[in-house]
Design a protein around this ligand. Sequence first.
Ligand code: NAI
Length: 209
Amino acid sequence: MDRIRPNISMAVIRRLPKYYRYLGDLMEKGITRISSKEFGRIMGFTASQIRQDLNCFGGFGQQGYGYNVKELREEIGNILGLNRRYNTIIVGAGNLGQAIANYSGFAEAGFILKGMFDINPRLIGISIRAVKIMDIDEMKGFIARENINVAIICTPKEGAQDVANRLVDAGIKAIWNFAPEDLNVPDDVIVENVYLSESLMVLAYLMNQ
Ligand code: NAI
């Protein structure tokens, strides 16, 4: 946390996961160091962009040596906060909620799914990969008891604001929102929206050029 300087732009922050992913690929190939030129080439960035981005965090490269792949990946992971554990819940255990629960990759990034919540009595009581779906009325107590930090909203648009209010009331400060609804939350609550359909619309646009 201390490493994050307040003046780092969100544009840089949003590039860091890509650096992290590419560095992981390099490690898998057994590559231990890489120059900013070569790193830029594979990432589709210029060498100066790479140097500029990584300098924001104090600069990890050494003149004439390049970057140590493992160390740089570790540092970026630390900057992103991937060296921590986030106790996570999913609200809305339908198609999308269950698909997210079934994906094991989020746990590798530190997001540990502890529980799921829904209003549909037919879903309550069943488990997805050993994670139980509970009644939404049990959510507040569960959040406090299990020290939940992150909530993923996968309800229909209509219920999303009400769910967000309940999460805020229960003390949640970070929401990953999949519902197509702009949520109103207090300033100290972070909402990260994900809209797959926006990406699909860009694809449609590009196909029609
Ligand atoms: P679904 O109908 O299969 O699941 C929604 C679940 O939410 C149901 O189980 C329902 O009982 C539950 N629910 C409804 N109101 C609730 C409330 N107030 N509290 C707790 N649970 C509640 O729908 P699906 O396909 O899983 O989609 C879920 C949401 O995700 C929708 O808003 C959809 O538009 C959105 N979506 C977003 C995507 C994205 O990229 N952001 C991609 C796909 C879906």
